[in-house]
Write a protein that binds this ligand. Structure first.
Ligand code: 3NM
Length: 224
C-alpha cells in the first residue's frame, strides 16, 4: 500500500551529508525505519556519469537489503538502467505522462506539485503520489519556492481524496504534525536525517512520532 511507503520518505544525494559518508548515513536511516528512499543527486558538486550510476547502485542495493523502495529523482534513464522501484519528477523535468509511458505501469511515479491544477495533471498522468512543498523554509533546494504551510496540501487533499500526498520542505519531528492534519500520507525530508548527528536515532524518533499520529487518526484506534 503506497500510503505506508510514504510515511517517512528520506531523500538524499552525496552533497547532503556534509563530512559523513552518504552510504553510512543511508544505512543508519534504513536501520532507523525510513519507509522510502529517493536518490537525488543534484547541484554543482554532484556526481555524474558512471560515478553517479555506481553510487546509485550502492544505495539501491542497501535499500533492497532493508526492503525499502528505491526511487530515482528526475533521471528516468538511470531508474530504468538500475531497475529502480520508481521515479520522482518536478514540474521542470520531463512530462509526467511521458515518464509513466517509459517506466510502465508497475513502477512508482511521484510528481512535485504546487497547486490544484498541477495535482490534477499529475493524477491524470498516472502519478502514484504527489509531493507538495515547500511546507516550511528549506536550505536543501536552491530553487525552492516560497513556503506555503499546509494550505496547498489541504486543497489538493480535498479535491483529490484518493491521491496520496507527501509534504516536503523544512520538516522536522517538531513541526511535522500539521502535514498529517492536512491529509498528508507522509513527510519527505532531507536535512532532518542527513544532517543529524545520529541519523539512526533521528529516523527512529521521526518514525515513532509519525506512527503515533497515524494510529491516532485510524478508525481502528477508536475501538481498542
Ligand atoms: N523539494 P529539507 S523542498 C527536494 O518544495 C525538495 O518541492 C522541495 O529538504 C519542494 O527536508 C525540498 O532539508 C528540500 O528541507 C527538502
Amino acid at each position: 500500500m503506497i500510503n505506508n511507503i510514504l510515511r517517512l520518505y528520506f531523500i538524499m544525494g552525496s552533497m547532503n551529508t556534509k563530512q559523513n559518508d552518504p552510504i553510512e548515513v543511508l544505512e543508519l536511516a534504513l536501520q532507523g525505519g525510513i519507509t522510502c528512499f529517493q536518490f537525488r543527486e543534484k547541484g554543482v558538486a554532484s556526481k555524474q556519469g558512471q560515478e553517479k550510476f555506481l553510487f546509485a547502485e550502492k544505495c539501491m542495493k542497501l535499500c533492497r537489503t532493508y526492503k525499502v523502495p528505491f526511487i530515482v529523482n528526475d533521471d528516468v534513464d538511470l531508474a530504468l538502467a538500475l531497475n529502480a522501484d520508481g521515479v520522482h519528477i518536478g514540474q521542470d523535468d520531463e512530462i509526467a505522462s511521458q515518464v509513466r509511458e517509459k517506466i510502465g505501469k508497475d513502477k512508482i511515479l511521484g510528481v512535485s506539485v504546487h497547486n490544484e491544477e498541477e495535482a490534477f495533471l499529475a493524477q491524470k498522468a498516472g502519478a502514484d503520489y504527489v509531493g507538495v512543498g515547500p511546507v516550511y523554509a528549506t536550505s536543501s533546494k536552491e530553487d525552492a519556492r516560497t513556503p506555503a504551510g499546509t494550505k496547498v496540501m489541504e486543497q489538493v487533499a480535498f479535491q483529490y481524496p484518493y491521491l496520496p500526498i507527501v509534504g516536503i520542505g523544512g520538516l522536522t519531528k517538531e513541526n511535522l504534525a500539521p502535514v498529517f492534519k492536512a491529509g498528508g500520507a507522509g513527510v519527505a525530508l532531507i536535512s532532518a536525517i542527513a544532517s543529524a548527528e545520529n541519523p539512526q536515532h533521528q529516523a527512529k524518533q521521526l518514525r515513532a512520532k509519525i506512527d503515533r499520529i497515524l494510529e491516532r487518526e485510524s478508525p481502528l484506534s477508536e475501538h481498542p
